[in-house]
Design a protein around this ligand. Structure first.
Ligand code: GDP
Length: 459
């Protein structure tokens, strides 16, 4: 497939379905001429770039709609090609009729992500930035939007690009040594090369580490709510969400399956998973629920263990915590129903692991729910997100970074073992290859297909 053809492509840029307006986007060398062939009111081919024009779209004698046409003359456009955006009324019928008409006049339907792919291939931005466009469109919280925007504006690609260029320089020096292999010369200073590789591995190591948080910010933080039947898990879920979603019941063990809801705290999405109660299973369905609880806990980043202060002995709490608690896993112990409690909750504190935090609430009376929310945020995010750090959120980038790191480590080992230039050149090339995959300095058709096929048509 020829990735940069000369076709003029067309697609609806706004969502399918009826809206107030629909925006149809055309991009390619003939975009303005094709739009002009069906536009009545002005000659669009005579207009300046970044101007907008009122007129009608006509199929022969038939007027299809009154529209606004925005003109962007390449390279001053998203794709760097000529672009026309036709804003028409949002009827599905009108939109489809106009698109059909534009295709009849010589445009072809755009493939998924083709506008953004053209922008990338024409040098508007690098590959990681193109991917950030998709992330930005998909962002559903302040934090995920900020991270995507940061990446769109250059993010780590600028830093990686500079280091990559230095590595390219060393690679060419080492290639040169190969030409003079008889004479035993060293064009590439080994100490400097080692220093550069150290710098690179430091930057890459930091980026690899940032993925855990980056992924949490992008996908939401899995938070599991566990506890014995009737502890008040469903009531707590409702209190946190401020809605009557989960089924609350007096009969122990009625929250059979898991329920997932999204709670936004300070711009971060927490995916709350309410589970069936933990206790000795009495029937088969309950058994599945218990198993699910354990499974969900192992997939989560935060455990909210809820217990009923009126009905749980410290020894029982200890038992539960011992079976659920994973060292290192952020855990909040939620003492519920304090509106009923006659006794102080201090007795529970003594038996908890040191790093576990205890918080006393009433889910039903909505007491201390805001404090609990803040604690959920602090336990997982606080201090780790200050708004301008670089986070890797893309699994493709993570894999490329890991492979680059491995190749760099091999290169370092090679230098230390004084291997010959040809081996060194091979390892550096590997590192360059993977590093280049992130920004798109190295691309294959498969890679581009894989990335852009996940975009929607019209992006
Ligand atoms: P789950 O089985 O853990 O999901 O428990 P539910 O949320 O279904 O609650 C079990 C019972 O405890 C219901 O009757 C709730 O109304 C009640 N309950 C939950 N939280 C509180 C609370 O903070 N105070 C009081 N007094 N009752 C509560």
């Amino acid at each position: 497939m020829n990735y940069l053809d000369q076709d003029t492509i067309v697609a609806l840029a706004t969502p399918n379905g009826t809206g107030a307006i629909g925006v149809i986007r055309l991009s390619g060398p003939d975009a303005i001429a094709i739009a002009n062939s069906v536009f009545k009111g002005k000659n669009l081919t005579m207009q300046a770039t970044h101007t907008i024009h009122f007129g009608t779209i006509n199929d022969g004698e038939l007027v299809l709609d009154e529209v606004l046409a925005s003109i962007f003359i390449g390279p001053r456009s998203y794709t760097k090609e000529n672009v026309v955006e036709i804003s028409c009324h949002g009827s599905n019928y009108i939109i489809q009729s106009i698109i059909k008409l534009l295709i009849k006049q010589g445009a072809r339907s755009a493939k998924p992500g083709e506008f953004t792919m053209r922008a990338f291939l024409n040098g508007q931005f690098d590959l990681s930035q193109a991917e950030a466009v998709a992330d930005l469109i998909a962002s559903d919280s302040k934090a995920s939007q900020q991270v995507a925007l940061q990446q769109l504006r250059g993010g780590y690609s600028t830093e990686l690009q500079v280091l990559r260029e230095q590595l390219v320089h060393f690679a060419s020096m080492i290639e040169l040594e190969l030409d003079f292999s008889e004479e035993d010369v060293e064009f590439a200073n080994r100490a400097q090369l080692k220093q550069l590789i150290h710098d690179l591995t430091r930057v890459i190591g930091k980026l690899i580490q940032s993925f855990e948080l980056g992924n949490a910010v992008k996908q939401g933080i899995n938070t599991v709510i566990a506890g014995r039947p009737n502890a008040g898990k469903s009531t707590l879920l409702n209190a946190l969400l401020n809605e009557e979603r989960a089924i609350v019941s007096h009969i122990a063990g009625t929250t059979r399956d898991t329920i997932e809801e999204t709670l936004n705290i300070n711009g971060i999405n927490f995916r709350l998973i309410d589970t069936a109660g933990i206790r000795e299973a009495t029937d088969a369905i309950e058994q599945i629920g218990v198993q699910k609880t354990m499974e969900k806990i192992s997939q989560s980043a935060l455990l909210l263990y809820v217990f009923d202060v009126e009905n749980l002995l410290p020894e029982e709490l200890k038992q539960d915590i011992e079976s659920l608690y994973k060292p290192g896993m952020p855990t909040l112990i939620v003492a519920n129903k304090i509106d009923l409690a006659n006794t102080a909750i201090n007795k529970y504190l003594l038996i908890l692991p040191e790093e576990a935090k205890l918080v006393a609430i009433s889910a039903k009376e909505k007491l201390h729910i805001d404090e609990l929310k803040q604690l959920i945020y602090d336990t997982t995010i606080q201090g780790r997100l200050n708004g301008n750090e670089t986070l890797v959120t893309n699994i493709r980038h993570l894999e490329a970074l890991q492979k680059t790191e491995q190749a760099l480590i091999k290169t370092l080992q090679g230098i230390d073992m004084q291997v010959t230039s040809d081996f060194l050149a091979m390892d550096i090339k590997q590192a360059l290859h993977y590093l280049g995959e992130i920004t798109g300095a190295v691309t294959t058709d498969d890679l581009l297909d894989n990335i852009f096929s996940k975009f929607c048509i019209g992006k």
